[in-house]
Design a protein around this ligand. Structure first.
Ligand SMILES: [Zn+2]
Length: 465
């Protein structure tokens, strides 16, 4: 392409020297050629070559050493062994020596909680943390997530690949057959990606939503229907929060390994995807214990919380402090009860992973669960459950891409896919903590180096002053 550009430049300079601008037609031709040259150069400008890099493609557990990855017009166009003598034709050359290139991460349980500051604030935090795909899990009254999604798609807004549910539906706004029909119609008309349900809906209403949604191929997702047998919840595409299984099963069932193994077989057979969201449960537990709660003051990523938000969550106005702390249920205080649940949730998550039930990473983003950073914390908790780094990386790359039906263009580092990638300084398959060693992010084929990512974080901090 540079060759064509050079030829066009030669023709242009020839025309200007020999004919000048006296002849109007020649002038028009000159403008046309100039347009062509900038067009061709523009394409050259979009080319990125990452040289001598280790590639973690994520379609299998492998590290392809010393590769050259060429990106043009937002897509990966070649992945080839690095040759030192290669001539760089790209506009942008990134030295990948000793670094690791992998698909961008997916935050599969995101909420935009703070009107103040706007959603752009969260997008900066997410992208700075290597998140290139987000599934938003509710639309509150004051929000319009389809317009946000549209603006991102049209490049009018800086943000990750965006998917969204409609309004969060619970028994307050979804209580009759008529509601069920209206809700599905709303989702169809507005083209939301998912219908999100809360737990404990009326059975007839729940079944009607499923039936109506199926007509229009709108996936239904959400919490478990705790009062119904598990099979009812497994009719949804995914179940949010492994915590839900605590309430679907009774005390005896949770302790019965044989029962749990059977249940996991049942989950696997339905191909329901589970999003554990462990980090948010850890945060709730921290709110119930004075010692861990007051320590949140030292939490380093609190600097990215809105000041007003920090003040609210770091006070006794915090709803978990106010309503849950010290509450005794069945003769047991909330703190040891939730701690017990958390241990069970970790064991159950490991069992799900061992049985190859598809898992996805999501963090629930509220309070001290700060967008972007919280996803890496979720990785840590999944690691604590006993999942290998590769299993965790799958849950944030290839599994979400399959789930979102974007596997043709996302989820792996392979030729023909969109360039939504992260460049890491250390190997994430060796240690999941290495997902935090972000050197740069490629979002829609655009390179954001460490300096740029830092400036995104600084932007967010400056809003809090
Ligand atoms: Zn949620």
């Amino acid at each position: 392409m540079q060759f064509i550009a050079r030829i066009l430049t030669l023709i242009l300079s020839f025309l200007i020297t020999n004919f000048g601008f006296r002849n109007f037609h020649k002038f028009k031709l000159t403008i046309l050629l100039f347009g062509l040259i900038t067009g061709v150069y523009g394409q050259v400008n979009d080319t990125i070559s990452i040289e001598n890099v280790n590639v973690i493609p994520m379609d299998k557990e492998i590290n392809l050493k010393n590769q050259n990855v060429l990106i043009a017009d937002g897509k990966i166009i070649s992945i080839e062994p690095f040759k030192r003598e290669a001539i760089h034709t790209s506009h942008q050359v990134i030295d990948g020596t000793g670094k690791y290139l992998m698909p961008g991460f997916s935050e599969m349980h995101y909420h935009w909680r703070n009107k103040q500051g706007g959603i752009d604030r969260d997008f900066k935090l997410l992208v700075a943390n290597g998140v290139t795909t987000v599934r938003n899990m509710a639309e509150y009254d004051w929000q319009d997530h389809m317009s946000i999604k549209d603006s991102i798609q049209k490049d009018k807004k800086f943000g990750p690949n965006y998917f969204t549910t409609g309004p969060y539906l619970n028994s307050n706004n979804l209580n009759t057959i008529e509601d069920a029909i209206a809700v599905v119609n709303l989702h169809k008309d507005k083209d939301y990606d998912f219908i999100k349900l809360a737990d404990n809906l009326n059975k007839v209403v729940y079944l009607k939503v499923l039936e109506e949604a199926q007509k229009y191929h709108i996936p239904v997702i959400g919490h478990a229907q705790r009062e119904m047998p598990l099979e009812f919840s497994l009719r949804m595409k995914s179940i949010e929060h492994v915590e839900e299984f605590v309430y679907v099963f009774n005390n005896e069932q949770r302790k019965d390994t044989l029962f749990l193994k059977q249940v996991i077989k049942q989950i696997k057979a339905t191909r329901t995807v589970v999003v554990p969201t462990l980090v948010v449960f850890d945060f709730i537990i921290k709110c119930l214990d004075d010692q861990t709660f007051f320590k949140l003051n030292e939490y380093k990523n609190a600097q990215y919380m809105l000041t007003s938000d920090f003040k609210y969550w770091y006070s006794d106005e915090n709803p978990f402090r106010k309503n849950l702390k010290g509450k005794v249920t069945d003769g047991m205080d909330a703190l040891p009860r939730l701690e017990g649940y958390f241990e069970w949730m970790k064991t159950f998550t490991k069992m799900l992973a061992d049985a190859n039930v598809p898992l996805m990473t999501g963090s629930d983003t509220f309070g001290f669960v700060v967008p972007g950073f919280s996803l890496h914390e979720e990785f840590q908790f999944l690691n604590e459950c006993g999942l290998t780094p590769f299993e965790i990386l799958k849950a944030t790359t290839i599994t979400p891409a399959k789930y979102l039906n974007t596997i043709a263009t996302e989820g792996t580092v392979s030729v023909g896919k969109n360039a939504n990638l992260v460049l890491l300084n250390n190997n994430p398959i060796d240690d999941i903590k290495n997902t935090q060693t972000i050197e740069g992010v490629i979002l829609k084929g655009k390179w954001l180096d460490r300096e740029k990512l830092n400036s995104l974080l600084e932007d967010v901090q400056s809003l809090n002053k």
